[in-house]
Design a protein around this ligand. Structure first.
Ligand code: P5A
Ligand code: ZN
Length: 480
């Protein structure tokens, strides 16, 4: 393959942060030059990827009986200030709209940092009887958080452009708890479709969602050994129902407070796909969400008639694959094949097909798989089936490779020194007595976070490193 200036632009993935930023630009996922800190632009290729990913989310939620709705961006201060814990958690992060033109507003308006306080006043009006529940709505909207930690494209934004938030209402605590588990299952299925391995844990009390009873979090491990929280589900009990007056009549005629849950994901899901699967050549996209699934590269030489035949074969293959619902591009520009391969590799196109005169003479073509670079010759008439099979195998292989990568970076630790050492690379598993003071001390001493108690049972036991009492396995890691 020939070299050109572009081909050396992407740093090795071992320099993860540089690799990530350079890849977002060169693969046209995000343009980070917008002149407001923490706000970024989706160019068409990135936006197509984002939309394909969110289609899976919509499909899974709809299949589970959720309905999509849309609530306003602006929340009156009077509603926002109702739930004490919620305010405490978000007050430093809210952007306020204070004026209409030059006129000060009577009631300040918050740009939603999340929509509990926009949605629940309406739920109060909508919920009347036990027959109105469960109510399961979601919206996919932008939210604004004045983040003070280091902002990063797709990971820590001040305008979260793709906040999928679901809000459910149930008759009682147990039903809501069951639904929190269901929400986590949906997220795990979502990430399985994206070939992203996840770990689910119950966050310690000091790290739960402001106003929640408890929080379950879905995490994945990034290449630099830091954990990225890629979704959370919260049991709100009747905390918000009490402040917003969400009550219902039960079958005996009694008025009771409803119980609620909420759960959210953001474009961190896109960041995870890029970071977990990408390699030194660029993106490696799960076929289902790749904006271009098949790139056909004609190999053209001198002879006009021969070239015309090659192009004709490429076009009829494109039409055949397009008819099967695949997203296909022919790259028939003037560049040399190497430059074209480079471009489609950078963009993570799962399958590349090369057709040259010699292949055509044998009615075959070359099929190249993005994740393994495996190349093989395939008869043209077998291409549609082969492409399908290849894409199916790819998502399974990508998942297993990523799962192994994650599991091999979870380390059993006995001491806090071990924790400090191992969390340079990945996740530490250590026992903790679950006492808050011990937990906070473990975090202070190591400088890394307790993710929480994993939901999957862990079969190791040991003593709390602070107090020496018998403890439960928890995970600790550096986090984004
Ligand atoms: C659940 C949905 C909530 O806001 N209210 C409605 C609940 N939960 S959360 O944990 O605060 O956010 C949900 C997920 O959104 C991602 N996230 C972010 N992504 C990008 N930039 C940010 N500034 C940001 N803040 C939160 C996380 O994945 C989080 O789990
Ligand atoms: Zn302890």
């Amino acid at each position: 393959m020939e070299k050109n200036a572009q081909q050396t632009a992407l740093p090795s993935k071992s320099r993860f942060s540089e690799w990530y930023h350079e890849l977002l630009a060169s693969a046209e996922i995000m343009d980070i030059r917008y002149p407001v800190k923490g706000l970024y632009v989706w160019p068409p290729f990135g936006y197509a990827l984002r939309n394909n990913i969110y289609s899976i989310m919509r499909e899974l939620l709809d299949k589970d009986g959720h309905e999509e709705a849309l609530f306003p961006l602006l929340i009156p201060e009077s509603e926002f200030m109702k739930e004490a814990e919620h305010i405490k958690g978000f007050e430093d992060e809210v952007y306020w709209v204070t004026h209409g033109g030059v006129t000060p507003l009577d009631v300040k308006l918050a740009l939603r940092p999340t929509s509990e306080t926009a949605i629940y006043p309406m739920y109060k009006l909508w919920i009347r009887s036990h027959a109105d529940m469960p109510l399961k709505l979601y919206q996919i909207v932008n939210t604004f958080r004045y983040e003070t930690k280091h902002t990063r494209p797709l990971i820590r934004l001040r305008e979260i452009t793709s906040f999928k938030e679901a809000h459910t209402v149930h008759t009682d605590w147990d039903d809501a708890a069951k639904h929190v588990d269901r929400a986590v299952e949906i997220y795990q299925e979502f990430y399985r479709r994206l070939a992203i391995p996840t770990i689910v844990s119950k966050r310690p009390d000091w790290d739960k969602f402001p106003g929640a009873d408890y929080t379950l979090a879905v995490d994945t491990l990034m290449p630099d050994g830091k954990v990225l929280q890629i979704g959370t589900a919260h049991h709100l009990a009747d905390n918000f129902a009490k402040t917003f007056g969400i009550t219902y009549e039960d079958p005996t005629g009694e008025q009771l407070h409803a119980h609620q849950t909420c759960y959210g994901i953001s474009e961190r899901s896109v960041a995870a796909v890029i970071s977990v699967h990408g390699d030194d050549h660029g993106l490696v996209l799960p076929p289902e969400v790749a904006p271009v699934q098949v790139a056909i590269v004609p190999i053209l030489f001198g002879d006009r008639d021969v070239n015309e035949n090659v192009l004709k074969a490429c076009r009829s293959l494109r039409d055949l694959l397009t008819d099967q619902g695949l997203r296909v591009r022919i790259d028939d520009g003037d560049e040399r094949p190497g430059a074209k391969y480079y471009r489609w590799e950078l963009r993570g196109v799962p399958v590349r097909i090369e057709i040259g005169p010699r292949d055509l003479a044998q009615n075959s073509c070359i099929l190249v798989r993005r994740d393994t670079s495996e190349k093989r010759s395939v008869p043209i008439d077998r291409i549609p089936g082969e492409v399908r099979d290849c894409m199916n195998v790819m998502v399974t292989d990508m998942y297993h490779a990523a799962r192994e990568g994650l599991d091999s970076r979870i380390f059993d630790c006995k001491t806090l020194d071990d924790v400090s050492e191992r969390t340079v690379e990945g996740i530490a598993r250590i026992c903790w007595c679950l006492d808050v003071d011990c937990g906070r001390e473990m975090e202070d001493i190591t400088g890394v976070h307790i993710l929480g108690v994993p939901v999957e049972p862990q079969n190791n036991s040991g003593q709390c490193p602070i107090c020496g009492r018998e403890g439960t396995s928890v995970l600790m890691a550096r986090t984004y």
